[in-house]
Design a protein around this ligand. Structure first.
Ligand SMILES: Nc1ncnc2c1ncn2[C@@H]1O[C@H](COP(=O)(O)OP(=O)(O)OP(=O)(O)O)[C@@H](O)[C@H]1O
Ligand SMILES: [Mg+2]
Length: 260
């Protein structure tokens, strides 16, 4: 098997459907026969919850593993820290990732700890998909340093452009200094009310302001079923196969495969 790709889903803006995108894209890719690992790199551990896993049930998580690496301790066996949740494998998160974040801040040149954790796992997967927290702090910088591709979800209902330039600039800087292979896979419009003027206006603004950035053809429609599915520990495809958001996430998976 060829070595797997690391896709990071990032936007320091909160609530734009980063976690929902990791949850559903991973399921869709696994349905298409790909071997997928998801990594919860947000101390809020929403992705972990969306797989029906309680952080207290997991002996290891991204927080403890990064702390191991920071202390130069050896890591546990992969089958001890990777959980199999149906068709998708998960490295969960917990509040202890905030401790790891503080320690990263106090360690010089500490941008590549997540890469150190994930690079050895590439051989076992087609895709490793990382969920990030809503900040451009050391956790997200670590994720971007590990990334081959970045997906940037945008909610066109909110002030979508806020912070987008800062994120794009950060990615450019990381490409120059830390990770030459990083590429922006695309901007993904999520939570779309396609018939509203606000949606159309925001879409126009983003395409005009970021002409050099790829934008995914598929857009994820607004539906309460995505949140429902998250709360049941399911993907939206499992909850309601014919839901427009289910179809959109399958389309997203196809586009991600086509970009390979
Ligand atoms: N397509 C959608 N339609 C409607 N609501 C959605 C959709 N996708 C996500 N949501 C809802 O939007 C909220 C934020 O989603 P999510 O947690 O995935 O975003 P996030 O970017 O990961 O947030 P955070 O920045 O806090 O990590 C949740 O309540 C979720 O249920
Ligand atoms: Mg999230």
């Amino acid at each position: 098997m060829e070595s797997g790709k690391i896709i990071v889903v990032a936007n320091q803006k909160g609530g734009v459907a980063k976690t929902s995108t990791v949850r559903n894209l991973s399921y869709a890719l696994a349905e298409m026969g790909k071997k997928v690992l998801v990594v919860d790199f947000d101390p809020q551990y929403n992705l972990t919850t969306s797989f029906g896993v309680l952080p207290t049930q997991a002996p290891y998580n991204t927080g403890t593993l990064i702390t191991n690496l920071l202390l130069d301790e050896s890591l546990p066996d992969t089958n001890e820290f990777i959980q199999k949740i149906g068709s998708v494998d998960l490295i969960p998160s917990s509040r202890s990732l905030t401790v790891a974040e503080a320690n990263l801040l106090m360690t010089p040149d500490s941008n590549d700890y997540l890469a150190a954790l994930l690079n050895p796992l590439r051989l076992s997967y087609d895709y490793i998909i990382v969920d990030t927290n809503p900040s451009l702090g050391s956790l997200t910088i670590n994720a971007l340093t590990a990334a081959d591709e970045v997906i940037i979800p945008i909610d066109p209902e909110l002030f979508a452009l806020t912070g987008l330039q800062a994120l794009v600039d950060t990615i450019k800087k990381i490409k120059r200094k830390l990770n030459p292979s990083i590429e922006i896979d695309g901007i993904l419009f999520t939570k779309c009310h396609k018939r509203t003027n606000l949606y159309r206006r925001t879409y126009g603004q983003v395409t005009k302001a970021f002409q050099s950035l790829p934008i995914f053809n598929c857009q994820i429609p607004y539906t309460v079923k995505v949140g429902d599915a998250n709360s049941y520990g399911m993907s939206v495809m499992e909850l309601e196969q014919a839901n427009p958001a289910s179809l959109a996430y399958l389309e997203l998976a196809k586009e991600v495969l086509a970009n390979a």
